[in-house]
Design a protein around this ligand. Structure first.
Ligand SMILES: [Zn+2]
Length: 107
């Protein structure tokens, strides 16, 4: 019996909650504990401290974004306040768009 052409072979079904590829990011309880530990070790926004301001850090940022191959290690994470994190994220998105990184190809 002839086998089906590749376009007609259905991909294996996966559970709705299963990711197609595992994320390097710590999720769930481990992620919460990790963020809490980083913010308690370094409670001030790193960018604000460099600029001579004292601002409480509220988010943990990936210095090199995961989307650009950054690791999820402690060494690649820094505490930031929300305005600094938003500014950094905005700059990263703009840089990624000019390079065409992070866009999903629909070819
Ligand atoms: Zn800040």
């Amino acid at each position: 019996m002839p086998s089906r052409p590749p376009s007609l072979i259905k991909p294996k079904p996966r559970k709705a909650w299963a990711h197609s590829k595992p994320s390097p990011r710590l999720r769930g309880r481990a992620g919460v504990a990790d963020r809490r530990s980083i913010l308690s070790d370094e409670p001030l926004c790193r960018t604000c401290v460099k600029a001579g301001r004292v601002t409480a850090a509220t988010v943990v940022d990936h210095i090199v974004p995961l989307s650009e191959g950054g690791s999820d290690d402690r060494s690649n994470k820094q505490p930031l306040c929300t305005p600094c994190h938003d500014a950094k994220s905005k700059a990263e998105r703009a840089a990624a768009q000019t390079r065409g990184v992070g866009r999903k190809s629909r070819a």
